[in-house]
Design a protein around this ligand. Structure first.
Ligand code: HEM
Length: 433
């Protein structure tokens, strides 16, 4: 078995670097690390790129679930991801502790991997068997989060709710489907293969049936790409065919992550420190309509060139070079209502609205009207939900992209702080009850 990756105590440098070394070779790594210096907030690139397309030779060893922060947030995004929302049945602190300890135990076992215990043939098998007699770790991460309903429906928990955790309400372009929204417990599962992701979900459901009930889930993936000959790795494309993640903040910048990602505000309960607000949105894409829209319009709607990801005001630049809106005050190059310009006008104060996006593309069946049911499983993390996702979505309301997208589900959750080996998820909360 491969060596275990270090915990997510802050920047997962060595994890990324090792993954890159495997994919790029040392020369390529050097090239990837000497990217253009950015004005304002540095975008992700090189070895800290959460939304880079996963490499074809990505590391498949275990990712440690232990550290100051949970794994699966600044961890580079592997090819497959799933978000599942559960109802929690715990009626008192002891039952919640029991649930969280059992989740912690399953997470430890699943992320580490190893041989499956063989049981008596007269009993149900220990494991689904999906991965065979030895569970491969496959870079599996399981990230737990709590929804507002967990707190609001329990008197003994309500006073401990993170200050900004709230039930997601509908935005003007939303058509939210009730049974794809909210939940007491969110479980984000990511791994190199969809088998590892589904195996982990089935393991949790089988082992903890008395404490949590599955409400909804969405599975997604992102395209795996080899690094280019010069060592650069591009952002993975979404189902609109555009690179998604180019301007994501640099997840390896601990100081920046301390400001925009990890909860640390004095108003927040102490137990919530080092956690993060998680906004999940199931956003359907009307791909047939998009595919019939001319290229120039698509690029003006997003604000970037489709193939290279370059900002429209610098068509020869790479995707990681930031747009210069100061030189384009009337929106002649990048329309004022382009998605990226509305989402981040890059003016003073815009840093407060930054979030770390870690989405996956989902593809379901066919709608009743014969259209592909595809879209974006949008997952974003931030220290301040109101200044982050909610403020940005309000800026995006009415954008031209709305003609091609329809948010149908999701919810707001609070990604729990990290925990150490021998401890368990949400132990800080349980200790404060
Ligand atoms: C299906 C829905 C969506 C699609 C297809 C989409 C697509 C894109 C694309 C192609 C980019 C440019 C590349 C990049 O920097 O990542 C982008 C940037 C961005 N998007 Fe979205 N997006 C969607 C939904 C959202 C939502 C719901 C939000 C937040 C409320 C959001 C926030 C952002 C932000 C903050 C940026 C970076 C802007 C910058 O700093 O330049 N997006 N999106």
């Amino acid at each position: 078995m491969t060596k275990e990756m270090p915990p997510q105590g802050g920047c997962p440098h060595s994890f990324n670097r090792r993954g890159l070394l495997m994919g790029l070779g040392v020369a390529g790594l050097g090239a990837a690390m000497t990217g253009t210096a950015h004005a304002q907030v540095p975008a992700q690139q090189g070895d800290h790129a959460v939304t880079n397309a996963p490499s074809a030779t990505v590391a498949s060893g275990p990712v440690s679930p232990y550290g100051t922060h949970q794994a699966g947030i600044v961890t580079p995004r592997p090819a497959h991801g799933l978000f599942a929302a559960f109802s929690v049945l715990a009626r008192d602190p002891a039952e919640l502790e029991n649930l969280m300890r059992r989740l912690g135990e399953r997470i430890a076992t699943l992320t580490h991997g190893g041989p499956v215990p063989q049981l008596d043939a007269n009993l149900p098998p220990f494991d689904s068997g999906l991965l065979g007699p030895v569970i491969a770790p496959d870079a599996l991460t399981i990230t737990l989060s709590f929804g507002a309903s967990l707190f609001d429906n329990r008197d003994w928990l309500a006073p401990h709710r993170p200050k900004q955790l709230q039930r997601m309400t509908s935005f003007p372009n939303d058509a939210l489907v009730a049974d794809q929204c909210h939940g007491d417990l969110g479980v984000q599962i990511c791994a190199n293969t969809s088998d590892a992701v589904i195996h982990a979900l089935r393991d949790l459901i089988k082992n903890i049936p008395d404490q949590m009930v599955l409400k909804w889930k969405v599975e997604g993936s992102v395209p795996v790409l080899p690094a280019a000959a010069d060592g650069t790795v591009e952002s993975a494309r979404n189902f609109l065919g555009f690179r998604d993640g180019s301007a994501n903040p640099d997840a390896g910048d601990d100081a920046l992550m301390g400001r925009i990602l990890w909860v640390n505000a004095p108003a927040e309960p102490l137990w919530a420190r080092h956690g993060s607000y998680q906004a999940v949105r199931i956003i359907r894409n009307f791909v047939e309509r998009w595919d019939r829209t001319n290229l120039g319009e698509q690029e003006r709607i997003i604000g970037r060139l489709k193939m290279s990801g370059a900002p429209l005001d610098q068509p020869e630049a790479g995707e990681f070079v930031p747009p210069d809106y100061g030189s384009d005050p009337e929106g002649k190059a990048t329309p004022m209502d382009a998605h990226i310009r509305l989402a981040n006008d890059r003016k003073a104060g815009s840093e407060a609205r930054l979030m770390l996006r870690r989405p996956f593309n989902y593809s379901l069946g066919v709608t009743k009207s014969g259209q592909l049911d595809q879209g974006l499983l949008f997952i974003a993390y931030q220290a301040d939900l109101e200044q982050g996702f909610i403020a940005v979505q309000n800026l995006l309301n009415g954008e031209p992209l709305e003609e091609y997208i329809k948010p149908v589900g999701g919810g707001y959750f609070f990604a729990l702080p990290g925990y150490g080996q021998g401890d368990y998820p949400a132990s800080q909360l349980i200790a404060s009850l």
